[in-house]
Design a protein around this ligand. Sequence first.
Ligand code: ZN
Length: 179
Amino acid sequence: MDTKLEILEFPDKRLRKISLPVETFNDELRQLAEDMLLTMYQSMGIGLAAPQVNHQIRLIVIDISENRNEPMIFINPEIEKSNGKVESSEGCLSVPDIKTEVNRFESIDIKARTLEGEEVYMKADGLLSICIQHEIDHLDGKLFIDYVSEIKLERLRKKIMKEKKALNYEVQKKSERLI
Ligand code: ZN
């Protein structure tokens, strides 16, 4: 049985730890990946990193497909090459309500391991590239709001408070996708 896990939220200090590489590819790891996928789907997210559910290991899960049926699992992911720059609008399951622009690489070449421990190489661009960069940041204890100035964050918080008062807030929130 897969279990929905609790997602840590900013400013929880555990989100700031550096996650360790996975060395043992066993059933426990596979179960954690399954639980993370369930947690991501039920939270309307398109990506989730293990430290967000209080496991400080280098494991991320992603599904950017429209039908929510193309799960991807990356273990010990590393960016080997990056190209171009792109501004992405991001939110995060660990930083509720805040959404802001972040500068990312447009495309990346990554190296990672599968649940079986096999090494894989992949090129990613578009939303997948952005999502992988966002999740790798989690593995390094970084959050997308770290790229934004304090002043801008304060402005965003105020805007959110206003929006929360608006009647359609809940509807809006449900249609958002978070990583
Ligand atoms: Zn996130």
